[in-house]
Design a protein around this ligand. Structure first.
Ligand code: NAD
Length: 260
């Protein structure tokens, strides 16, 4: 039963994170949202989620590239809910470029937000989970935690790092009622993917239509984007008691991409 538990979903003002936060709220979970965006829209989202599902919804605007802001957010979540039962590490960014032209500050931002932030949220969340003898850590990784693609050196390095972190935390928490798993989606048509289409077109010297057909969906044997709802459904399953024996895994949800 998830009703009455509490969750923190990083990067939940958009895309996959928003779908996961909404799905958790719909199961009666109190949620802390995080992410960037228009403050008026975020407040409207917060109020709507709380009203629609009769749960408590909080928001914290911590920048996941800043460890001191992450610490403040984790403190606020613990103060609001007692502890974070379900931690969903979802916030992420992308940048596409050949390695020799990759701006070092972009590399560092991707590693900070897509990898280092998870170390900080996890280290703050685990003591409360251990105290309650129950916890779920769900890292939204990527098919790029399992395989590489050209021009995404920072992203692929960060997501492979998330895979290693996931397994390590699973082993460290295995006897504490806590599970730690990674979800590895293929391409999901969110703003993160929409934004990289023009850059990929430039890096490969092809049209944007060709990027969708020959690069993105070419990777997925189903020739379909994965949907945010499908990713959220998998996260819900991993959060449930039925998934108590699943820990340290990298769950592909990629239309067959990594089967090739
Ligand atoms: P998105 O751009 O729609 O959402 C990203 C979210 O992260 C937003 O809420 C944004 O505000 C937040 N965010 C970005 N930088 C932040 C920062 N510094 N601090 C706090 N929040 C920040 O992207 P999405 O596609 O929903 O991606 C979510 C996660 O899923 C990412 O980790 C991404 O790598 C992963 N993923 C996405 C796809 C895909 O095809 N879309 C595939 C595999 C994995």
């Amino acid at each position: 039963m998830l009703k009455g538990k509490s969750a923190l979903v990083t990067g939940s003002t958009s895309g996959i994170g928003l779908a996961v936060a909404s799905a958790l709220a719909a199961r009666g979970v109190n949620v802390m949202l995080n992410g960037f965006g228009d403050p008026v829209q975020i407040e409207a989202l917060r109020v709507k989620l709380a009203k629609d599902h009769g749960v408590r919804v909080e928001y914290h605007g911590a920048d996941m590239s800043r460890p001191e802001e992450i610490a403040a957010m984790m403190g606020a979540a613990a103060a609001a809910f007692g502890a974070v039962d379900i931690l969903v590490n979802n916030a992420g960014i992308q940048f596409v470029s050949p390695v020799e032209e990759f701006p070092p500050e972009k590399w560092e931002a991707i590693i900070a937000i897509n990898l280092v932030a998870l170390f900080h949220t996890i280290r703050h969340a685990v003591p409360g989970m251990k105290q309650r003898k129950w916890g779920r850590i769900i890292n939204i990784a990527s098919a790029h935690a399992l395989v590489a693609s050209p021009f995404k050196s920072a992203y692929v390095a960060a997501k492979h790092g998330v895979a290693g972190l996931t397994k390590t935390i699973a082993l460290e928490t295995a006897t504490s009622g806590i599970t730690c798993n990674a979800i590895c989606p293929g391409y999901v048509l969110t703003p993160l993917v929409q934004k990289q289409i023009p850059d990929t077109a430039k890096a490969r010297g092809i049209s944007e239509e060709a990027v969708v057909r020959d690069v993105l969906l070419a990777a997925q044997p189903t020739k379909q984007f994965v949907t945010v709802e499908q990713v959220a459904a998998l996260a819900l399953f991993l959060a449930g008691d039925e998934a108590a024996a699943i820990t340290g895994t990298l769950q592909a949800i990629d239309g067959g991409w990594t089967a090739q």
